[in-house]
Design a protein. Sequence first.
Length: 132
Amino acid sequence: SDLSAIYFRSLPAEHALSILPMALITAFYFAYLYLLIPFIYMRAYKSDKIVQEEQTMRLKEDGIELSTARTYARFTLEDFYRIGFGKKIIAVYVSAQKALLIPRHCFTTAEEEKAVTEFIKAHYMKNNKTKQ
């Protein structure tokens, strides 16, 4: 009753072999996407000791201050490239591939999460250059 099984069974051998290169390309693509990329990011995370430290982020009307036990950084509104609102994080991009991440699980209440989201929308997205 499965039509796709009937269709593939009725293909001549040379047609079935023509599907093989595309299947291999697809398999390598998914292996790259789901195995290699997470490995690369995990390796980068483990090699960066500052990222692994506890971080304090202060959201201000004119930017964000980020500090750890050893570092301090200040980002102004002009530094913001794009703002992203995901299910698990809020990302304030400072370049195409670098972002300040605010995990949603760090909020103690839904009201606090909503207040921070509204603050970011009101103060950081008013710049026409900043994309959502």
